[in-house]
Design a protein around this ligand. Structure first.
Ligand code: PRT
Ligand code: ZN
Length: 560
């Protein structure tokens, strides 16, 4: 009973709100005074990037034709870019996402007809006019509709930090509830604030809002002209200039008339020839070493810590900061051209990209471990047992190839050691580096499945692009130079002519990279050589034994 009463109360509130929506009758009298505004091109919004993006978040009508692309007028595009910039000033992790833009006239008509049929059946008593207005609240009457002009957009805000959309009280384009009305009283304070913020930023940029849908805004359509004219007269602006709004109206276009520029593949978005995108771990074990290897290769990485994107000022490279588990699929899909990831992750995810370089950091092993007191002695004792792991594919492959039958592999996304402690599994397959974590959890090593280290992976098609391939090779030369330099040191010391004859055997034993050169030839000689880091102290001690002096060690930046 109370529910029914409350529902009635809600319905009355909604119906009351509907009275102030812009109606079909408001728009039908607005005339299109021909002008040049209509000659402007349409553009697709980038589907990926650090700024504004356009992407259908659900399956919508023109997705079949346009895939994920959202199409809008060029002026609208520029305004949306500004909105995104303003948003990011409030919070660097926020991004404007446009989930709907242009819709063809045919589709508008079809949606309108469907909705009209529905309303007619639900409300048999309504007059023709009432039905039209009723339908118009959701699906605009085609002759005055905004989406077919390319001037109307449906937008929302994504928060990169929390990996979700801001809470607006309903999902974008959720027509199952009238809480989508901008002024719905049945949403929280926070939700209201989010709606007001979105509206304020969009309207400051010249868009007109629509009270019936918190996400819908337009520029240059009839609704915009009506709204702007009404605002102007409320603010008592010059009525003459108010009438000018009609001049700037956009005409609607059918899909056959639509010509557009694909911004996503446009050179404006990818400004440099051979520009490549590298995906790296945003925050984790690999991050520091990865950035270090880039910096030491002479690449400046600018990253504010918050956002997904980093720029390099001195190399045609954009860096994408993501979870390491996402790197293989981003590179496979070509969303990033190359990536730096643990080989363990690469193997586990059955990556189609190729490994182009082992990077030598993030070393660990994927290993089988068992409780310290377990009576399991070999991998064959695991037959019929439960093994918990975050690496189910690698584990299954290993047991299959080793012919250990009936191992039940239980996938867990984290805290794998726990599974054994609580008796949920008999063994684990996990990464081990120092082994400290095993000891801490009273586990012991049983068998190594594979060794792993960080690798540079590249999309398999990227080398067929000449420009990108050149950039990747430039990057590789630098990384190779750094990696070889990293394992050597330069040594200089001084010896007498007498001592010099002992020097050669000491140095050559230490596997020289370069033959050393000797300056002098008289009483005192300066020897200059490049030696393996691993033998530095051994060599230094031996040199001191023969009486060498002024021993100086240098780090090497690069060996090319
Ligand atoms: O958030 P995101 O998804 O990006 O990070 P993540 O939690 O998936 O990964 P992260 O940062 O923990 O590890 C990233 C990569 O580092 C792995 O994919 C490996 O390639 C590499 N790596 C190197 C390691 C380890 N060493 C390592 N020891 N990854 C994890 N570990 C774990 C190990 O499983 C154990 O639980 O660290 C713990 C301590 O190890 P011990 O043996 O040193 O005690
Ligand atoms: Zn809309």
């Amino acid at each position: 009973m109370i529910d029914a009463k409350f529902q009635q109360y809600k319905d009355d509130e909604y119906t009351n709100l509907e009275k102030s929506f812009v109606t079909y009758a408001d728009l039908v009298g607005i005339n299109f005074l021909n002008s040049t505004t209509d000659a402007e091109p349409f553009v697709t919004l980038p589907t990926f990037g650090h700024g504004l993006i356009g992407k259908y978040v659900k399956k919508y009508d023109i997705e079949n034709i346009e895939k994920q692309n959202v199409i809008v007028r060029e002026t609208v595009y520029r305004k949306l870019l500004n909105v995104d910039t303003v948003l990011k000033r409030r919070n660097a992790d926020w991004q404007l996402v446009v989930v709907y833009g242009y819709r063809s006239r045919d589709i508008q008509q079809q949606l309108f007809n469907d909705e009209q049929e529905k309303i007619k059946i639900e409300n048999p008593g309504l007059s023709e006019n009432e039905i039209t207005e009723n339908v118009h609240r959701r699906i605009a009457v085609p002759s005055v509709a905004g989406h077919p002009t390319g001037g109307a957009v449906d937008v929302t805000i994504y928060d990169f930090e929390n990996k979700c959309f801001l809470d607006f009280g309903t999902e974008v384009r959720d027509f199952s509830t009238r809480d989508v009305y901008f002024k719905s009283p049945f949403i929280s304070k926070q939700q209201k604030d989010n709606r007001s913020l979105l509206r304020k930023i969009m309207c400051n940029e010249g868009f007109a809002p629509y009270d019936g849908e918190w996400w819908h805004f337009s520029y240059g359509d009839k609704e915009w002209a009506f709204y702007s004219r009404r605002q102007a007269s409320r603010n008592k602006s010059d009525i003459l200039s108010v009438d000018n709004y009609d001049k700037y109206l956009y005409a609607q276009k059918s899909s056959s008339e639509l010509v557009y520029v694909d911004k996503y593949r446009d050179s404006a978005v990818v400004p440099q020839v051979g520009f490549i995108r590298l995906a790296i771990q945003k925050k984790g074990r690999l991050t520091e070493d990865t950035i270090n290897i880039l910096t030491k290769s002479g690449i400046d990485v600018a990253h504010d810590g918050g956002s997904f994107f980093g720029k390099c000022h001195n190399f045609p490279l954009e860096i994408l900061f993501v979870r390491d588990d996402d790197i293989p699929s981003l590179v496979d899909a070509g969303a990033a051209d190359i990536g730096i990831v643990g080989k363990n992750t690469y193997d586990e995810l059955d990556c189609k990209s190729e490994i182009v370089k082992n990077l030598g950091f993030g070393r660990c092993a994927l290993a089988i471990a068992i409780p310290e007191d377990s009576n399991i002695e070999s991998i064959f004792d695991l037959s019929g047992k439960k093994v918990a792991t975050s690496y189910p594919n690698s584990a299954k492959k290993f047991f299959d190839e080793a012919n250990v039958s009936d191992v039940e592999v239980v996938p867990l996304s984290g805290s794998v050691e726990m599974a054994v402690t609580i008796g949920y599994a008999d063994a684990i397959v996990d990464l081990v580096s120092t082994g400290g974590s095993l000891r801490q959890n009273k586990l012991k090593f049983l068998h190594k499945i594979f060794d792993s280290e960080s690798v540079l992976v590249a999309n398999k098609d990227v080398f067929s692009n000449k420009d990108k391939s050149t950039t990747i090779n430039r990057l590789l030369i630098r990384i190779n130079g750094y990696l070889s330099a990293k394992s050597y040191k330069r040594i200089m010391f001084s010896v007498s002519a007498e001592q010099l004859k002992f020097v050669n055997p000491i140095l050559s034993q230490a596997k020289l990279l370069h033959a050393h050169d000797v300056l002098g030839g008289a009483e005192q000689n300066i020897v200059n050589a490049i030696i393996k880091k691993s033998s530095v102290w051994d060599i230094v001690e031996k040199l001191r034994e023969i009486g060498a002096t002024d021993i100086v060690l240098h780090d090497i930046e690069s060996i090319i």
